[in-house]
Design a protein around this ligand. Structure first.
Ligand SMILES: Cc1cc2nc3c(=O)[nH]c(=O)nc-3n(C[C@H](O)[C@H](O)[C@H](O)COP(=O)(O)OP(=O)(O)OC[C@H]3O[C@@H](n4cnc5c(N)ncnc54)[C@H](O)[C@@H]3O)c2cc1C
Length: 571
């Protein structure tokens, strides 16, 4: 029976009791997009499911991506047609049916600098991109633009070397919020979702071979207990090799980490009314419109440091600024950078290369791999955010194929809209009436609809009960105090960082990384979670220390040289 998908942090003890007491069909390890997707896939097939996440939902790679739901134009160049085709189909399904409140079409300008060769080449790629998508499409076809047409949309581009441009469409998403919505939808299909619970060992059946569950640790109390399941599904991203080691198994693949960094600059720093994608020597650079900001990135370098704390360096930031300044008439500088974030791509490499084959990470496969190293254990890695639903289906198929009982139904997630999607058109049409009913501004309702879809009324109910909660959380940012309360009562936020880093994105959208809002967040959370004054202060300090550590990793450095900007633009 479907429940309401509320993840109330105040119910954590009851939820941990369920985790320890029930016998599950599937235990999913990892609460990134792949694990949340696997939990939803299995739960919507009627299975009893538990999902455990060591930190917060989406606290790994799934909150640090470029936030694009896309076919991946550049994979066409690598002739990876299957990946592009699959991703485009997924993009359209998410935009039109499964999550129209969260996944939104976005336009990209692809500036061209070589008159003769480039236009037919890129144009052919986009014809293929559009053709793969088919004719029933929720996003428009690509278009050719002259240099003048391109400059009308993006006056920020240096007109000198510009030969023209292509305009095409993809989609974007708040990756952390999307992951949360998938996990909540899984909970609405009765999955138990537990954060800050780590798998510390896997248990074996009487035969000493078959995996029958996991030994887990509650990170809040340090208490350890067992979770029993017919199959364990590992969706641990860049931690996958470590979980395989915990299980004492050797899988047919290893995960190689590639770091990708983005910088965040104010919208006013780059005059353009559309996103942009530029070719770089190694890959591509995106300018992605993000509210009042641009997200600009990314990089692609090997990483062997701490999986939980990939750090952006001075060189990463300079690389992005230099690449951006190749095409901008008014260069971006360090002073424009409001925020920086780094994530780790979990790329799959065949086991024999041991993940250390020395190949550049851009050449390692972006496709996903599923393995069943021992009965009762299925694991998956690789892929991309866009194709999480396919990945989830494939790993759950692998897990249930070992069930020695009735046939489990096939995946139905292509027919399961995420919480907040159902009836969206009517709620959007009634936004004005909602604003009147709740005595709030229309823009406040629009803001909530764009983040919660039809669940916006749940946040509005909190405001009706306490109008103080309609006040903004931080000056110049759209988030409300009510969203902090809702993060606790419906979205399982346990700490200040959960709110400032993932339920809202103040950590990279505000120049102070959300520091100024930390005490207020702690206050609102504390009231709901029963924190005394000391605990509130500890929570605030914990967040401030966290961002101080992140800032320390990025030492201030020189601005990219103007010479580099000019010579690169000319080339
Ligand atoms: C810079 C960058 C840009 C990207 N841009 C895009 C893009 O625009 N579009 C796109 O489609 N894809 C993009 N991707 C790829 C996409 O973000 C990833 O493929 C995806 O987020 C991986 O999700 P995951 O769930 O597999 O891993 P994660 O999100 O890392 O989740 C794994 C989780 O497992 C948990 N875990 C680990 N060990 C344990 C344990 N023992 N017990 C419990 N929990 C555990 C971790 O805490 C973590 O939360 C990008 C990736 C990067 C790095």
């Amino acid at each position: 029976m479907a429940s309401n998908g509320v993840l109330d942090a105040r119910d954590r003890a009851a939820m941990l009791n369920r985790l320890a007491a029930e016998r599950f069909d599937v235990l999913v390890i990892g609460g990134g997009i792949t694990g949340a997707g696997a939990a939803l896939d299995a739960a919507s097939r009627g299975l009893r499911v538990a999902l455990i996440e060591s930190r917060d939902l989406a606290s790994g790679t799934s909150s640090q991506s470029s936030k694009l739901i896309h076919g991946g134009l550049r994979y066409l160049e690598q002739l990876d047609f299957k990946l592009v085709y699959e991703a485009l189909r997924e993009r359209d399904l998410l935009v039109s049916k499964l999550a129209p409140h969260l996944v939104k079409p976005v336009r990209f300008l692809f500036p061209l600098y070589k008159k003769v060769v480039e236009r037919p080449y890129v144009g052919a790629g986009l014809v293929l991109y559009d053709a793969m998508e088919g004719t029933r499409r929720p996003v428009p076809y690509h278009r050719h633009l002259s240099a003048r047409g391109a400059l009308r949309l993006a006056p920020a581009l240096n007109p000198g070397p510009l030969a023209g441009a292509m305009l095409y469409y993809d989609a974007q998403v708040d990756d952390a919020r999307y992951t949360l919505a998938v996990a909540r939808t899984a909970a609405a299909h009765s999955a138990v979702v537990a954060t800050r619970v780590t798998a510390v060992g896997l248990t074996r059946g009487g035969d000493g071979v078959r995996v029958t569950g996991a030994r887990v640790r509650d990170e809040e109390s340090g208490r350890e207990f067992g979770v029993t399941a017919e199959a364990v599904v590992v969706c641990a991203g860049v931690w996958t090799d470590l979980v395989h080691e915990l299980a004492g198994v050797r899988a047919g693949y290893r995960v190689r980490m590639s770091k990708g960094v983005h910088i965040v600059v104010p919208r006013s720093a780059v005059r353009a009314s559309t996103g942009m994608i530029l070719r770089t020597e190694k890959s591509v650079l995106f300018f992605i419109p993000w509210g009042e900001h641009w997200i600009v990135g990314t990089t692609d370098t090997d990483w062997s440091g701490d999986r939980a704390e990939p750090a952006a360096t001075e060189e990463d930031i300079d690389y992005i600024l230099a690449a951006a300044n190749r095409v901008l008439v008014q260069p971006l500088t360090r002073a424009d950078v409001v925020g920086v974030y780094a994530g780790l791509r979990p790329l799959v490499a065949a086991s024999e290369t041991n993940g250390k084959g020395g190949k550049p990470t851009t050449k390692v496969s972006r496709e996903h791999v599923v393995d069943v190293p021992v009965p009762g254990l299925a694991s998956i890695a690789g892929g991309k955010f866009t194709t999480y639903r396919i990945m989830a289906r494939d790993v759950v198929d692998a897990a249930v194929s070992g069930f020695g009982r009735e046939v489990v139904p096939a995946s139905v997630t292509d027919q399961v809209p995420l919480l907040g999607a159902d009836g969206l058109a009517a709620v959007r049409a009634g936004a004005g009436r909602l604003a009147e009913d709740y005595r709030v501004s229309r823009s406040l309702v629009e803001h909530l609809l764009g983040r919660y879809g039809t669940l916006a009324s749940e946040v509005l109910d909190l405001i009706r009960a306490d109008p103080e909660l309609a006040r903004p959380l931080a000056d110049g940012h759209p988030y409300l105090r009510a969203e902090v309360a809702y993060a606790v009562t419906h979205e399982n936020a346990l700490h200040v960082e959960d709110v400032l880093m993932r339920r809202t994105r103040l950590v990279f959208e505000s120049a102070d990384s959300g520091a100024g809002a930390a005490a207020q967040v702690s206050e609102i959370m504390g009231r709901l979670l029963g924190w005394n004054r000391r605990k509130r202060a500890v929570e605030t300090r914990r967040y401030l220390d966290l961002i101080a550590a992140e800032h320390a990793a990025v030492a201030p450095g020189p601005m990219p040289s103007a010479d580099l900007a000019v010579s690169a633009a000319a080339g």
